[in-house]
Design a protein around this ligand. Sequence first.
Ligand code: PMP
Length: 375
Amino acid sequence: APIKCKWRESLTKPMPSPHCRHDWKQQYKNGVFPDVLAMIGNTPMVKLNNIPKSYGLECNIYAKCEFLNPGGSVKDRMVKRIFEDIERQGLIKPGMTIIEYSSGNTGIAVALVCALKGYKCIIVMSEKISDEKEAVIVSLGAKVVRCPVTAGLEAPDGLFGTAYRLHKEIPDSFILDQFGHPGNPLTHYDTTANEILDQLENKVDMIVFGGGTGGTVTGIGRKFREVSPHTKIVGFDPVGSRYAYPPSLNKTDVTFFEVEGIGYEIVPPTLDQSVCDYWIKTTDLDALPMAKRLMKEEGLLVGMSSGAGVAAALKAAKELKKGQNCVVLLPDSIRNYMTKFVSDRWMEAKGYQPCENKNNVWWWDQKVSNLKYRP
Ligand code: PMP
């Protein structure tokens, strides 16, 4: 039976009006912030130039640089928001143990907030998630519990099952529940969506995003439906995940994909698929080489879901005309994947693309007193 969660009910109802507006426009004098949490949000937006041109696109593609948040991802926003909400409600106090299931980026953000505010922290994540994310979480002083890749979200040894077992066993513990807490979509409804509209002076013709919890899709999507109804909203979803709508799009024998942070086998309450006009399926072969191109051709040091997003945006934006604007999110950075797609040798070993840079690293070989390629 699905695990009961106290927040979920509220998410089946329409999104409430923002019950608190955050100070997303507040300027800190001379760019000096009182603490790291104040640096969350207000991310810059950058125009992509070389890649859209190579696809013959005439419209503008703008990328929202969520990887520049202090924890390194889009998830900082909602973790800050959920902590503010539940602290205000008196549900947690320093010294308690915060438990959260995550594909790593939420885990990093939660561990960071816990380190600053004096909570203990346990992050539950799948074996699929990169060791780089684990190293960051552990360095922030949190503990990590790994689940089998094959366990479904709601299986006893899956993300939810493990977290709720830990919660039962550990006194004074609290599960944030990013897959069910309304503060997740609401933070994007209140901040990210407003920033995008401001940055492009309300001229947004298309927005393209993928779903992990669906917080960004739901929050940004619902704000755009209200204030910018002409904007085309496009969702993308990895082949092997079941977030795309209609469900017939999700038929496949594929059960594993490399891209981290987006797509699961069940649709969580935080994802409102219906805000999207349509959905596009993406593969690792779309996402990973595109993430490489974003580094080489745009100078954007971003992660795998950013590659998937830009690949999807390039397809969807074909319908846009000269001067129209398409927005895509860049949720996290290469830091999380240094031993994965960032390594050309890994890309070659996995069959994504040949390693072109084999002979680009040299070292001094004492035996021959000369520079040699490093094997
Ligand atoms: N990309 C990455 C790398 C992520 O970690 C996440 C969050 N899991 C997302 C995209 C999707 O964000 P959301 O949870 O808001 O759907």
